[in-house]
Design a protein around this ligand. Structure first.
Ligand SMILES: [Zn+2]
Length: 416
């Protein structure tokens, strides 16, 4: 009897809490209310016309109809897609590092100049810094940018500061790299191995050891003849990420053979849980690899752009262009959205990103799907035609409008 009585009290208490929670949500001031958009949020299984309310930089509610009564600003997203802010897991944004005394080899861009206009709210810098110059990167760029910048820390102490330093084993210190990762656990989401030209697996193994110690994924960008793709994939663990997945310069790293069949060890790696990132860049995306791979279910897990000084003016352009490429190659729109934010957030173990769960950071991309005649170029200057293109109408980062293509959030002009 006593037990039952307690249960009743508990049930009533929960009921009351729920009642007051709903009441408080309804009467709460809303900073931004996005109305009538098609919300796609895989984590919370939402794929419908919904409203989204934002207050103090956080998502408050996603529901079929939220009253405008307490909203300071209303954005009508009719006919548009509302998705979690896009995440680009392969960029180079250590601007200014060219002028530091170690640097001569990186082509970084300022992230805010390129991110928001493509719906991107989070970028991961892929190894432009290592443990020795990460602090400089942080104070010079990460802390000064509006874009959320996360980092795959290079196993090479100075990151991509010239070829010579990236070949030096003395620069690859497990203890120092691990220490820096654990000092900034919120920002450093993994470790990068890349650009090593020797045949020694020591750099790869050291990077992997840092990942083991710090429980983070390895980000692999090795495209050198001495490191065969098969061996790389063998060494990688489930959750580790390989980039430039659809590149085949000088037949270095094909995922499909000459007959266009996906290689068996690549499929095995995918089954094992290795994540394939596009890593488009200036050279890392070939239609003759990507199209047969897509047809044979080797789909990328994320659309890393490898944003740098040259890729943005070539076939890559921006992340929405890469996503549009896949859309026109035959990937369904929802699968494209999944790989634009939810999957990369999971890959870097950031549950607070890539979804629109209440209480989470309000990073949102409002996208239009344009119909027309478009062309898309790969890294070999081959083109395909297409009839669909995603465009960023409006981007919200931490509850603030940071990009507004057609003035959806602006006041109508009155001549007074
Ligand atoms: Zn890169």
């Amino acid at each position: 009897m006593i037990k039952r009585f307690n249960f009743e009290i508990k049930k009533n208490t929960i009921g009351l809490i729920l009642f007051f929670t709903v009441l408080s949500i309804q009467s709460q001031e809303i900073d931004i209310l996005i109305k009538n958009g098609h919300v796609f949020d895989a984590r919370n299984t939402i794929d419908a016309i919904m409203d989204v309310s934002i207050t103090d930089g956080k998502i408050i509610q996603v529901a079929p109809s939220i009253s405008e009564e307490h909203a300071k600003q209303v954005i009508d997203a009719s006919g548009l897609y509302v998705v979690p802010g896009l995440i680009d897991p392969h960029t180079h944004v250590f601007v200014g590092s060219r002028s530091n005394k170690f640097a001569d080899g990186n082509n970084s861009l300022s992230p805010d100049d390129f991110s928001f206009k493509a719906g991107v709210t989070t970028v991961v810098d892929a190894g432009t810094s290592g443990w020795r110059n990460f602090q400089l990167f942080k104070t010079q760029v990460i802390d000064e940018s509006k874009t959320r910048i996360l980092v795959f820390l290079n196993i090479a102490a100075n990151g991509m500061s010239g070829d010579k330093l990236q070949q030096d084993l003395n620069e690859m210190n497990i203890a120092k790299t691990s220490e820096m990762v654990l000092k900034y656990p919120e920002t450093i989401v993994g470790v990068k191995i890349g650009h090593f030209k020797g045949s020694d697996w020591e750099p790869f193994d050291r990077a992997l050891e840092v990942c083991r110690r710090t429980e983070r994924p390895l980000f692999v960008e090795c495209h050198l003849p001495e490191y065969s793709l098969k061996e790389q994939l063998n060494k990688m663990r489930p959750g580790d990420i390989i980039t430039h997945s659809f590149e085949n310069i000088s037949e270095r790293m094909p995922v499909v053979d000459k007959e266009g069949k996906v290689l068996p060890y690549v499929l095995e790696a995918k089954e094992k849980g290795i994540l394939f990132d596009v890593g488009h860049g200036g050279a890392g995306f070939w239609f003759n690899q990507a199209i047969p791979a897509l047809e044979q279910d080797l789909w990328p897990n994320s659309f890393g752009t490898d944003l740098h000084r040259f890729s943005m003016n070539a076939g890559m352009k921006d992340m929405l262009n890469v996503m549009s490429k896949y859309l026109n190659m035959g990937m369904p729109l929802k699968e494209v959205f999944l790989r634009g934010s939810y999957y990369p957030a999971k890959a870097i173990k950031r549950d607070d990103l890539g979804n629109l769960g209440p209480g989470n950071i309000a990073d949102i991309a409002i996208l239009s799907l344009r119909k027309g005649a478009f062309g898309f170029i790969d890294a070999r200057n081959n083109s395909i035609r297409g009839d669909k293109k995603l465009e960023a109408e409006l981007t919200i980062k931490g509850g603030k409008v940071v990009w507004d293509l057609n003035g959806l959030a602006a006041k109508p002009f009155e001549n007074n």
